[in-house]
Each structure stands twice: as C-alpha cells, then as structure tokens.
Design a protein around this ligand. Structure first.
Ligand code: AMP
Length: 249
C-alpha cells in the first residue's frame, strides 16, 4: 500500500478509536444457552475480544492463583464466586490493549452488584454498556446440552456428543462416545468435560441464574438496550437471529 493510503487508514482508525463509542456487549443467557458457541462468530465479525469470566476463573483455578483457589469449591458446586473476585478480574482485563475498541462480556455481570460495579468502572472512561443480547432457552432443554458438552480448554471451543460432535469422535460397542477419541477439530488436542457440567451442579447454576442474574436484565432495561433472541434451533439459525439483533442494537 502507498504511504498516503496507509496514513489515511491510520487516521481513520484513530478517528474511530477517539470518537465512536466503545462497543460493549453483554452476551446474556443461562448455562448451556449457546453463549460459548455463538461468541466466536461475534468475535470474528466485530473484531473485539470475548471476555468470559468462567474461562478466566477456570484458568485461575488451574494456575492455583489466590482468586483461583478461593473460587474452586464454589465453581464445582455451581455456585457464584464473590462479586469482588470477578469485578477485580474484569477491571484488570478491560485495561488491556485488545479491549480498546470494545469487548463482549460472556458470563458477566451475573448479579446486580456486578452490573453496578461495571457501570461505575466504565463511567471512569466515559463508556457504557451499549447492548445486552439475551439468548433465551427453556430450563428443560439445558440438561441435555450441558451433560453432553465437551470443551477444548485452550480455546474455549465447545462441542456436544450429539449436536456438535468433534470429527474424531468414535462410538464404543455400547453406542456411547469413547472419551479418549474426543479431540479438538483444529488442534487435535484432547477435549475435557467441565467439573460443573453435571445435572446436580446445573440445578444450582440455574437457581443462581433465576435468583441473581435475571435482575441484571431489569437493571439494563430502562436504557432500552436489552434484546431477547430465541436460542433454540440450529446453530446457524440462532446466529442469523443474533446477527439481525446486532444490526439493530
Ligand atoms: P461459566 O463458564 O460462565 O458457566 O462460569 C462457570 C462458573 O464460574 C460459574 O458457575 C461460577 O461459579 C463462576 N463464575 C463465572 N462468572 C461469574 C460471575 N460473573 N460471577 C460469579 N461467579 C462466576
């Protein structure tokens, strides 16, 4: 590219970063609603990172950091970890360069106190949440989704033994998937099942969702930024609906 054109492009980027609001999206939904499945497509489209507090906490647990050790038991039981820990994690994360033009929050905020802390934090840089996209799926559909789910730990890519099986999956004589055959399509690395992807932990996760997380929607409703998308149907059909919602956000 000619120098003139490069300068022009750089000026356009600077203009964009200075004058357009940072794109701050909350991807909202129950465990298993499809947030982890749809968010990579949003990342690709919007070119902003997805920040999953669940992924960050699992990494902290694996690395045995202070916040990780303090959160492990609550996470395995499907309970919420403290607001202080997750707000601290997000506060540090959104300061990083890749969040300069915006970010997609997945699994945060999960309580009204977290939403209030987020608003306050964003206000310090003149920012605010501009879109809350709720993927709506009835409770009854979630156990099957959650209990058949497998994750590629490094990327967060999500598979399901019946709906999105990895290409490598083999079935045993009993017709059940052979665990060792489950590897990530892109890297060939083994997939894992999350410790809280069980029917028992799901009960607790849904109960905290209904009691503590649903009020977060109310918190943002008055700003007119909440949209609800039917999260049932094929992955592609949900994406089409999500895309349509993003265009009007
Ligand atoms: P997720 O991957 O979003 O399903 O999160 C997994 C687990 O991490 C949750 O069940 C909670 O124990 C914990 N967690 C993730 N995000 C939050 C949050 N914003 N507030 C409290 N706990 C969280």
């Amino acid at each position: 590219m000619q120098q003139g054109k490069i300068d022009e492009a750089e000026t356009a980027v600077q203009k964009f970063e200075s004058f357009w609001p940072r794109k701050i999206v909350i991807l909202f939904g129950k465990p298993g609603a499809g947030k982890g499945t749809q968010s990579p497509k949003m990342v690709e489209l919007l070119d902003i990172p997805q920040l999953s507090t669940g992924d960050m906490l699992r990494e902290a647990v694996a690395k045995k950091t202070g916040p990780g050790l303090a959160s492990k038991a609550a996470m395995e039981a499907g309970a919420l970890v403290t607001d202080e820990i997750v707000v601290g994690i997000i506060t540090e994360r959104i300061k990083q360069d890749d969040c300069a033009t915006g970010f997609i929050l997945d699994g945060f905020p999960r309580t009204v106190a977290q939403a209030a802390a987020l608003d306050k934090l964003l206000a310090t840089t003149g920012d605010a949440v501009n879109s809350v996209l709720q993927l709506s799926v009835p409770d009854e559909a979630l156990e099957e989704r959650i209990c058949g789910r497998c994750i590629h730990k490094a990327s967060g890519r999500s598979y399901h033994v019946t709906t999105i099986p990895p290409a490598s999956m083999k079935l045993g004589a009993d017709g059940q998937p052979i665990k060792e055959s489950m590897t990530d399509d892109e890297t060939g690395e083994p997939l894992m099942q999350r410790a809280d992807d069980t029917a028992a932990a799901l009960k607790n996760r849904l109960s905290s969702y209904h009691n503590e997380t649903v009020p977060v929607l109310e918190h943002y409703k008055d700003a007119g930024i909440v949209q609800t998308i039917d999260g049932q149907g094929s992955i592609d059909s949900v994406w089409e609906k999500l895309l349509a919602a993003m265009k009007t956000a």
